[in-house]
Every structure is written in C-alpha cells, then in structure tokens.
Ligand binder design. Sequence first.
Ligand SMILES: Cc1cc2nc3c(=O)[nH]c(=O)nc-3n(C[C@H](O)[C@H](O)[C@H](O)COP(=O)(O)OP(=O)(O)OC[C@H]3O[C@@H](n4cnc5c(N)ncnc54)[C@H](O)[C@@H]3O)c2cc1C
Length: 181
Amino acid sequence: METKILRESGYEEALVGLSLSFNQDPAGMPAVAQRLAFKGDGHNKFLESIVAWMDVRAPRYFWQQLDTYRVGVSKQSESTMHTMTRSRLTQKHFEHPLPDDLLRHLNELITADDWKSVKSVLPESFLQRRILCINYMALQRMIRQRSSHRLPEWSQFIAETLSAVAYPELLDPDYEKEPSR
Ligand SMILES: Cc1cc2nc3c(=O)[nH]c(=O)nc-3n(C[C@H](O)[C@H](O)[C@H](O)COP(=O)(O)OP(=O)(O)OC[C@H]3O[C@@H](n4cnc5c(N)ncnc54)[C@H](O)[C@@H]3O)c2cc1C
C-alpha cells in the first residue's frame, strides 16, 4: 500500500473566508484556524475549502471501508474490467502473498481473456490505485474515526497522510510539528 499527496490547494482562501467572521486581517488567522480546527459543530467549516489530491494504491478491502465516507471525497479508480486481462498478475499486485495455485488460476483466466471470471475470483487483497480528491474536513473525520482501527492499512494511510500534507496540525490535534516545518 502507498499514499502520496499530488497537490493541495485552498489554505489561503479558506483563511480569507474565516477572517470574514471576525473582520480581521487574514494574516492573523492561522492561530484562529488552529483553535477552531477541532471545535466542530460549524466552527471549522473552513476545512471544507482546503482540498488535497491524493494518489493511493491500496487493497480492495481497504477501499471498501474508505467508500463508507460519503461527503467531501471523490475518487477515480483503475478499472478492473478494462485492464484486468491486459497483463499477467504477480505477487506484487497483492497486499499479501497469494497461494501459488490461485495466482496460477487467475493467470489462466487472464490468458483466456475471461475478465468476468477474473473479477469473480479476484482476492480482496488486490491492490487498486485511485486518485482521491478530498477536503480537510473529510480527512480529519477519517483520521479521528480510524486512528485506532484494527485494520493496519488505516494506520499506514493516516501516518503517510500526516507526514505528507501541508497542514497536518489541522487534521490531528495530537500532531507534533517538526521544528523544520
Ligand atoms: C470502527 C468502525 C466500524 C464500522 N463498521 C461499519 C459497518 O459494519 N457497516 C457499515 O455500514 N459501516 C460501518 N462503519 C462506517 C460508518 O458507519 C460510517 O459510514 C463511516 O465511518 C463514515 O463516517 P461518517 O458518516 O461520519 O462520514 P461521511 O459519510 O463522510 O459523512 C459526513 C457527515 O455527513 C453526515 N451525513 C452523510 N450523509 C448524510 C445524509 N444523507 N443525511 C444527513 N447527514 C448525512 C454524516 O452523519 C456525517 O456527520 C464503521 C466505521 C467505523 C469507524
């Protein structure tokens, strides 16, 4: 599994918006933003204006859980239907090693161009790449709800996200800022 940030946008604009409530100079807003980021109940609406584009390669059992988030997140994914029979599968295509018999069977189906059967027996550990367009409100919610989740992929997703985003302190109240930031 791998999580990368492609681009982020909207921080300055979100803070200009936030400054309107207080009629303050936007230059003074980072401290206000930090104070409101975890207050919830409408006080942190500015987080919806900060958007990240992420490139995530994750097993399909992880995507099943991420797909339960319905607000503030949009995904574009690799199509298994269109690409599944283009090349043979190897262990690198899966989060966990597959039994050799199963891998052989899948490759026989791929050779026969039988994509329907490939899809019906494809294990959930198959790694699928998706581009997420997600705002900070949705990311913060995921981190809050899944930081102690039993599925280790959540811890990995959260750690990689926090180490790569521009403003991790707005996503996790316990995030320690590194001196170089
Ligand atoms: C440990 C754990 C176990 C879970 N197990 C299961 C499970 O077994 N089965 C299962 O189905 N889900 C399960 N979930 C998923 C959970 O029910 C949520 O769907 C998921 O965590 C997304 O959270 P959310 O609804 O807060 O976020 P979002 O879906 O992003 O919603 C954001 C906010 O908008 C609100 N909202 C969204 N849609 C509407 C709407 N139509 N009307 C009004 N308000 C709306 C939400 O209440 C929330 O406040 C589990 C979650 C966790 C953390």
